[in-house]
Design a protein around this ligand. Sequence first.
Ligand SMILES: [Zn+2]
Length: 234
Amino acid sequence: MSDTPRAVTVLSGAGLSAASGVPTFRDADGLWEGHKVQDVATPEAWLRDAELVRTFYDERRIACAKVVPNPGHTALAELQRAWGSDRVVLVTQNIDGLLQAGGCSNVIEMHGSLFRLRCEHDETHPHVAVKGAQSRTATCRVCGGRLRPAVVWFGEIPNHMERIQEATWSCDTFISVGTSGVVYPAAGLSQIAKAGGATTIEVNPNPVGGGFDYVLNQGSEVALPKLIATWLDA
Ligand SMILES: [Zn+2]
């Protein structure tokens, strides 16, 4: 498909974790316990009913702790181990921690993580690791604010965007995995990658088209191990 890359940036979304069986927390009506997910994943929801928001994220965290990485995650880990994290930049929209569980040591989590809490007032205050249900009484040790899930909610700005754009601009191979190639941010980042002269690859069993140079029309648990093996064996 292409020569062995000099620098790879990988943007992953929900499709990367699909084969691991991460629950979506939406029933047939698209609701969680009768609430729209958008209604429990916003700053307004936190101010209105923090306990509901904590419960929603507690359930997701507990469920995600039970699922295991799939061969897509472990192939990316193998590539990053072999080539180093300067050459293989892993950016994910996922908050499930499965790339790290699969052995990736350096992951840019643009939407944060289920497994950290942060101050409700200031995200630069120290984050706190969390497993299982979060404490209802622990507070920020700098300002005493309540601790909220360190995830990016609807209406908030994704993390590390400058670093992500830089890594996308400067790579020579950009891969979008399991995220819609025509919707922000994958669409915007693939445009940046193209403008920077990179080869662009979409891995998606149901690609919708977005001007990528190559489309691997399979689940990432199948496509990524094959692609990465060709590079590592080269
Ligand atoms: Zn604080």
